[in-house]
Unconditional design. Structure first.
Length: 320
């Protein structure tokens, strides 16, 4: 049996492709969640359905994130309880572990890796855009106190985990990654043939929470979006999950799918113009023949790393 651990909807898309590459093997899926929302719940259910052994959610305590002592203790007890349940049923059955590069730094994952047989192979896959920047582990251990580590059952460090990785699956095969031994993987559906013949032209603006850094906040953001959509005659607006407002006079896309999944599921036969500021979702689709990305750069985020990646990929970028 294989254990596969994800922490975001994009990682579930990658996990599905990995599972497809092992059609005769059993998988048990785990979704790490810091909060609940419709998208995370939808992709958890997809992961659970994809895995023949089913799956479960594991919640990362918000109290622990805020560095509350009480929160930490509750979090530790919860993690110990969950890991013991999983290990009780599956410890001797796990032959391979697949997890995102971010998850190896999480307490739950390190306890699991500490307790499973030494013959178990560890494979990682992309966490997200960080892997395109040249992923480097943070080096921040989930627990540093030796006695506490021993009591919890974590005998690993991040460096020791890195040494255990057999290979890394990536959607960014031309970028330096967490280890040198990489296995390229595509988000495209199996047997998809890219073509130069398209049925229709479709345009999208991919929303982002730049209002959090704009001096004029949400009001300025709304005016910028309205002006750009009008000037470039953009058909649809795909809102960011954190948006808690509605922009009048534009056509929204409402879906439980993340943008990459939505495009690949519905518009593979259409020519797409994708407008964005610095969306990582746009970059994840950059290799598709039918997508043209147009980026807008503004002074408040002019040093964002994504612009360097856009430049390397010859993305049209306009200064606002």
């Amino acid at each position: 049996m294989n254990l596969i651990v994800c922490a975001s909807p994009l990682q579930v898309l990658i996990a599905e492709k990995i599972i497809d590459e092992h059609p005769n093997e059993m998988f048990y899926g785990i979704m790490m969640m810091s909060n609940t929302n419709s998208k995370f719940n939808y992709y958890y259910e997809r992961l659970k359905k994809k895995c023949k052994k089913g799956g479960r959610r594991i919640y990362i305590s918000e109290m622990a994130k805020k560095k509350s002592k009480v929160g930490y203790y509750i979090y530790y007890i919860y993690i110990i309880f969950i890991t013991r349940i999983i290990l009780f049923f599956y410890k001797k059955k796990i032959k391979n572990v697949f997890t995102s590069s971010l998850c190896i730094e999480i307490l739950f994952m390190q306890i699991i890796l500490s307790k499973i047989p030494s013959t178990t192979k560890l494979y990682t896959f992309d966490d997200g855009i960080a892997n395109a920047y040249g992923y480097i582990a943070s080096g921040i251990e989930p627990i540093n106190h030796p006695l506490l580590k021993k009591l919890i059952g974590n005998n690993l460090t991040i460096n020791k985990v890195l040494e255990k990785i057999t290979a890394h699956y990536t959607i960014y095969p031309d970028k330096k990654n967490i280890i040198e031994n990489i296995i390229p993987i595509s988000l495209l559906p199996s047997n998809t043939k890219q073509t130069d013949k398209y049925h229709n032209n479709v345009s999208f603006f991919l929303g982002e929470p730049i209002y959090e850094i704009l001096e004029g906040g949400k009001e300025e953001y709304i005016e910028i979006i309205k002006c750009l959509i009008k000037e470039y005659n953009i058909q649809y607006y795909f809102p960011h999950p954190r948006e808690d407002f509605v922009i009048d006079g534009i056509t929204y896309i409402h879906t439980h799918l993340v943008f990459e999944d939505y495009i690949m599921s519905n518009f593979r036969d259409n020519k797409i113009q994708l407008y964005t500021f610095y969306s990582t979702a746009a970059y994840n689709l950059i290799t598709l023949n039918n997508i043209e990305i147009i980026s807008f750069r503004f002074k408040e985020a002019s040093e964002h790393k994504i612009y360097e990646l856009f430049n390397q990929s010859n993305v049209k970028t306009f200064q606002l």
